[in-house]
Design a protein around this ligand. Sequence first.
Ligand code: FE2
Ligand code: FE2
Length: 192
Amino acid sequence: MGSEQLKNGVAQRLPAGRFQHVLRVTETAMILADRFGEDKEKAETAALLHDVAKAMPKEELKRIVVSEGDPAGVLGFHHELWHGPAGAVIAHDEFGIRDADILAAVRFHTTGRSGMSRLEKIVFIADMIEPGRNFPGAEQLRAEAERSLEDALIACSAHSLQYLVSVRAAIHPDTLRCYNDSLSQGKGALNR
Ligand SMILES: [Fe+2]
Ligand SMILES: [Fe+2]
């Protein structure tokens, strides 16, 4: 499937505003791929598909996650986390994606996890720093992503944890593992 066909397929599944977000994430992911030596086409495909399940009804997301046995254990957490694993299933079944790295980038874009590939990191970070994001601290995250993918991952996963704590949301174990693992890979730990 070419990128135009992919774009059209994703556009049909999302409200206009969400699709614009997807296009900005895709553009950002391709810049990061260029900067940090990832395959740009893979970054484009993964970013275009990352939110493919975002607009599906909760019940449908749940059905898909249950059907594959909920390996990451997201069903016990906020339904916001369900569209990652469900999106990987849609990418595989309806868009014919067979590349395990692309599928993982879609699957883990919301929680993160330990041992993320370069592509997974790129999609996770691009989702958080795309130009439409204007939360306090977004500029700092963009600055980190200018120079180091590892430090950007630390900053983005720290931001994500801080946000979750601030709204008293439960933290998925993969989110915590992502943060801990990012510290061991980057130079951003404050106690070094
Ligand atoms: Fe998402
Ligand atoms: Fe997104």
